[in-house]
Design a protein around this ligand. Structure first.
Ligand code: GLN
Length: 271
């Protein structure tokens, strides 16, 4: 039975805001056009596409993967299942980096994923020199696509943490940032909600949740300038442990910043 756009929206079991976004995606209409044309009949092929998108959402797949995009710091970032979906709390990591970046400063974002952090820093501070790396080539392709689409200049490198395929100048970075995988192995959240659709290696270290933070803290000093800063995102219950790792390695002025929910989220230290 052919339906009008309004009827499809009415009949969809999805929340109306999500149903509307999927309708925009399948028809290519803007939000305003959707309203003025809601009496139009849905073409059969578009309805097939639309029903397939709705079925994915009903299976629990995150909207960001279905739409292929998520907003971060006010800009649209392409996302695929090869990358973690950018989270609002990670915007604090960007703010912390921006606050400590001197004019013409150098930044390295390790485990860049979609490139949300690196690309945002590069766009907010065109004077900065930004490097981004990841162990996943598929993630680097998404990050490069975002850099190009948003007009950011980033130097990309491939590899695990500091072991990348392009030489990294020792003692030259003002800021090193990372949103590493920090969920403990076996945490029930990994198999629930949005997280079960995301790359597991971007979420968990398959260990105690702190191993990547240790790797970052132990190796960053080699690449930081004197008085440069390392800033790392972590779980709400990892603040004390993160501060201990930072101070134990000789970082000064170690502080944990809270997210909008008031939860420990980012630990920073000065070298
Ligand atoms: N903040 C994410 C979550 O708990 C985890 C992101 C990460 O491991 N870097 O949903």
């Amino acid at each position: 039975m052919p339906q009008t756009l309004a009827q499809w929206l009415q009949n969809s079991p999805l929340p109306k805001s999500e149903a509307r976004m999927l309708l925009q995606q399948a028809t290519g209409l803007s939000r305003a056009q959707l309203i003025t044309r809601d009496g139009n009949i849905l073409a059969a092929d578009i309805q097939t596409t639309l029903d397939a998108l709705a079925a994915r959402r009903l299976q629990g797949e995150p909207m960001a993967y279905i739409l292929g995009s998520r907003e971060f710091y006010g800009r649209p970032f392409a996302v695929t299942p090869a990358v973690l979906i950018p989270r609002p709390e990670t915007e604090h990591l960007v703010e912390a980096a921006l606050a400590h970046l001197p004019p013409g400063g150098k930044v390295w974002d390790l485990g860049t994923g979609s490139g949300a952090v690196a690309v945002t820093i590069a766009l907010e501070r065109p004077d900065a020199r930004v490097r981004a790396s990841d162990i996943s080539r598929a993630a680097l392709a998404v990050a490069a696509q975002n850099a190009q689409a948003l007009g950011a200049t980033i130097e990309f490198a491939h590899g695990s943490w500091f072991a990348v395929d392009r030489p990294s100048e020792c003692g030259s970075y003002d800021v090193i940032v990372s949103n590493p995988p920090y969920i403990e192995a076996g945490d029930a959240h990994l198999t629930q909600g949005d997280l079960r659709f995301e790359p597991q290696h971007a979420l968990t270290d398959f260990s105690d949740g702190l191993s990547c933070i240790r790797t970052l803290v132990e190796n960053a000093p080699q690449y930081l300038k004197h008085s440069g800063r390392l800033m790392v995102e972590h779980g709400f219950n990892q603040g004390a442990a993160a501060r201990e790792i930072f101070t134990g390695s000789g970082f000064k002025e170690v502080v944990t910043l809270v997210d909008l929910a008031g939860l420990d989220r980012i630990t920073c230290g000065q070298w």
